[in-house]
Design a protein around this ligand. Structure first.
Ligand code: 2NL
Length: 328
């Protein structure tokens, strides 16, 4: 039995010394020192020994067990150290490697202008209103004092949908009609959005474009209030007080009406259209024109972008060419 124990110790020590993984080491532990391991199996023969021999063999067995346990602990410690070292080596980060660059996006110049216009009018106490792009003839034309034979209602100028006499809105005024139906005066509202005209696309026309309209209705509003509002708008939009002129014009929904030009970098630029709301429009939404007056204006966002950024082809705004977009 002593020889068995000595052999077991030698064999186990060698096996433990050559093991390379923690799993394999655990296997060895179970195999040699486990409940059903080789040491236990040998010790099962203790019963057959003489009472004199028993303590001696017992002591040897204990010595073998402790020696193997020590070898196992040592090997375990070494393997854990090696595993941590390998993990650290594998996860080493080379901080000198170039990073992954993500190009920064930005607001499209059209949205940027819409945002700025909204911001300015919010500051003047206006509310933003939205409405449908598919409209009825009533909201787009009839309520806006535009008679059935008006050229704007021509098939040549408006996209009519095949069913239900619907059309694609030609301006965002329809949004303001809807807003007035829902609110009592006084009102201050702006309506930004996409509008549609049946135009052949060229350098200055697009069938789909954007507009911001503003509308104020109150007791006693005059053309002077309109001028003061637009003057403040231009001052904030261009960053300085620019010379402005109002040229008499015509819109079905305003009377009187005017086109507004600003003088910028030596040139007169047409930037918006405006006027005092026609009494027929007020009547259409149930406002009494004897009590209330109002002013309105509309600006074409694309036109404004071209004036402000000084390029001359509207199609540049839609072609996603970064050489243009990255400039603004
Ligand atoms: C332009 C001119 C304009 C309006 C829009 C308006 C709306 C209502 C009542 C009266 Cl609900 N007027 N809008 C008035 C004058 C001009 O737009 O050149 N737009 C690009």
């Amino acid at each position: 039995m002593e020889a068995q124990l000595t052999q077991l110790k030698q064999e186990a020590t060698e096996a433990i010394a050559s093991v390379t993984t923690l799993d394999a080491l655990e296997q060895l532990r179970v195999n040699y020192l486990g409940k059903k391991g080789q040491l236990s199996q040998i010790l099962r023969g203790m019963g057959k020994l003489s009472p004199e021999e028993r303590p001696r063999i017992g002591a040897i067995a204990n010595e073998v067990k402790e020696a193997l346990q020590q070898s196992l602990d040592q090997a375990n410690h070494q393997l854990e150290k090696a595993q941590i070292a390998a993990q650290l080596a594998a996860e080493t980060l080379d901080v000198t490697m170039p990073g992954v660059s993500r190009p920064l996006g930005r607001i499209h110049p059209l949205n940027s202008i819409i945002d700025r216009v909204i911001e300015i009018f919010l500051g003047l106490g206006y509310t933003v209103a939205e409405g449908p792009e598919i409209e009825s003839d009533y909201y787009n034309f009839e309520a806006l004092n535009t008679p059935p034979d008006h050229p704007a209602r021509d098939m040549q100028d408006t996209f009519y949908l095949p069913h239900d006499q619907l059309l694609l809105r030609t301006h965002t005024s329809s949004v303001q009609i809807r807003y007035m139906e829902q609110h009592d005066p006084p009102i201050r509202v702006i309506a930004p959005g996409r509008v549609y005209r049946r135009d052949t696309v060229d350098a200055t026309h697009s069938a789909v474009f954007h507009q911001v309209e503003l509308l104020a209705i109150d007791r006693g509003l005059t053309f002077t209030d309109l001028k003061g509002t637009l003057k403040e708008f231009v001052r904030q939009m261009f960053g300085e007080d620019l010379p402005m002129r109002f040229r008499a014009s015509y819109f079905p929904f305003t009377e009187p009406s005017a086109e507004v030009d600003v003088q910028w970098k030596g040139k007169w630029l047409e930037v918006l259209g405006c006027g005092m709301v026609d009494p027929n429009v007020l009547k259409a939404v149930g406002y009494d024109p004897e009590i209330y007056t109002g002013f309105a204006a509309g600006l074409g966002v694309e036109r404004f972008a071209m004036v402000l950024h000084q390029f001359d082809d509207i199609r540049r705004l839609y072609s996603s060419d970064l050489r243009l977009l990255q400039q603004f």
